[in-house]
Design a protein around this ligand. Structure first.
Ligand code: GDP
Ligand code: IMO
Ligand code: MG
Length: 421
């Protein structure tokens, strides 16, 4: 069976922490989409790690970790990432499997990402500049390179052919702010490094695991509101971030999908451009950023902050078929007098509970419910039933609105600051 955990908002919900927390229940943790645009933070034993491409099960000794075919891999970034974890996981190679069908992010994809963003001016997506969009564009355009290609004796000329087209496009953009020679040296070095890893036909591997009754956790990246189909298009990423993406991103049939865990923060954040109905531009927004340390794990950019958006959250739960909710960062709201949550949107002269098809052309005004805050020093030690009434009221209001139970509550970045109800 393949259970899924994924983000229900605009990313950075705390997927890394929860994947690591749940890992002991699974034999395999698998990433199925996205790439090094992701930054998943894990904290344990006083140490902190940020993973970009490697699944969050890597720090647990009994777990295999698969980078699936739906992921896009930058060999240079992956090599750096492995460098950051190899002291903690000296035997990581035995537990890290990489799909031969995963597409490669080439240096020219990164340059194209930068050139495309520069050409958009104020209308830019606010991409992480990791080359994600151009790599997925080549994948669906049937001109991408894949991990398996690096094993080809003529890889260098396959690479040259692919990048020649990119260079023509970069010239067309008039973009010159790059040093391709230096980037290519690092790329070919990283490709050699990558060859020393377990490059596999991962669709056979994962289906064999299923046949043997092994438990698999599919770890999403980004968030549902960044999904290419249903997110706030065009301010989205270039992959299917929803549970539906697990099947194509790993090569498994829908009947093998088990539980879907949806992760959300007790408030909302977004990094990059695009619609964000509940965004706060006042002191409360700044307080959320400061207390929640809302700065990008990958890019260090300031995250935009705002109240919880239940309209968008319910939409995401519907799209993913969420079974259970996981609420993160409740502690960031500790000690606040009042808390708001959007329960409807005002647009086209009426109140709606549906997300409009185009939030860019249809700006929405949130309608809020008001909630009394809880104490400053609330913690998990005594268990849920002993927690402040106001906190439990907030939790139960969300459960009622969404129609699903919040089964895990996180009140701090560390593994132990997690309550399973
Ligand atoms: P991901 O991309 O979904 O894995 O999330 P990120 O790692 O980008 O961002 C989540 C941030 O919140 C990280 O810095 C985590 O260490 C931190 N974090 C996770 N859970 C909690 C929590 O319950 N409370 C607080 N205060 N921080 C948390
Ligand atoms: P994790 O997995 C938050 C955002 C970017 C930008 C848009 C497109 O850590 O939650 P891209 O580089 O994918 O072309 O950027 O998506 N974005 C994320 N925001 N968390 C992420 O990943 C993100 N990955 C991409 O900021 O707005
Ligand atoms: Mg992140």
């Amino acid at each position: 069976m393949v259970d899924v955990i994924l983000g229900l908002q605009w990313g950075d919900e705390g997927k890394g922490k929860i994947a690591d927390f749940l890992t002991p229940q699974y034999h395999v943790v698998a990433r199925f989409q996205g790439g090094p645009n992701a930054g998943h933070s894990l904290e344990f034993e006083g140490k902190k790690f940020v993973l970009n491409t490697i699944p969050s099960g890597i720090f647990r000794q009994d777990t295999l970790n698969l980078i699936g075919n739906g992921v896009v891999i930058d060999p240079v970034r992956l090599q750096q990432e492995i460098g950051r974890i190899s002291d903690e996981c000296p035997n990581y190679k035995e537990r890290l499997l990489i799909s031969k069908k995963a597409h490669l992010i080439l240096p020219t994809h990164r340059i194209l990402d930068a050139a495309s963003e520069a050409s958009k001016g104020v209308g830019k997506i606010g991409s992480t500049l990791r080359g994600i969009g151009p790599t997925y564009r080549d994948k669906v355009g049937r001109s991408g390179l894949r991990v398996g290609d690096i094993l080809h004796s003529d890889f260098a000329s396959i690479y040259r052919q692919a990048t020649a087209a990119h260079l023509r496009l970069i010239e067309h953009y008039g973009y010159t702010d790059f040093d391709l020679k230096a980037e290519e040296i690092a790329f070919f070095e990283a490709v050699e490094f990558l060859k020393g890893h377990q490059l596999i036909n991962s669709e056979y591997f994962i289906n064999d695991c299923i046949a043997q009754g092994k438990k698999i956790l599919a770890e999403g990246a980004q968030g549902s509101m960044l999904d290419i189909e249903f997110g706030t298009y065009p301010f989205v990423t270039s992959s299917t971030t929803l549970s539906g993406g697990v099947c194509s991103g790993l090569g498994i049939a829908p009947k093998h999908i088990g539980k879907v865990y949806g992760i959300f923060k007790a408030y909302c954040t977004r990094v990059g451009s695009g619609p964000f109905p509940t965004e706060l531009f006042d002191q409360t927004g700044e307080d959320l950023r400061r207390i929640g340390h809302e700065y990008g794990a990958t890019t260090g950019r300031e995250r935009r902050c705002g109240w919880l958006d239940l309209v968008a959250l319910k939409y995401a739960c519907m799209l993913n078929g969420v079974d259970e909710l996981i609420m993160m960062k409740g502690d960031v709201l500790n000690g606040m007098d009042n808390i708001s949550a959007a329960t409807a949107y005002q647009y086209e002269g009426a109140e709606h509970k549906q997300v409009p098809s185009n939030m860019v052309n249809t700006p929405v005004e949130p309608v809020y419910s008001q909630h009394k805050g809880w104490s400053k020093d609330i913690d998990l030690i005594k268990g849920y039933d002993a927690m402040d009434q106001e906190f439990r009221d907030y939790i139960e209001y969300i459960e009622q609105y969404i129609g699903h139970r919040i089964s895990v509550i996180s009140m701090g970045p560390e593994r132990e600051k997690t309550l399973q109800r």
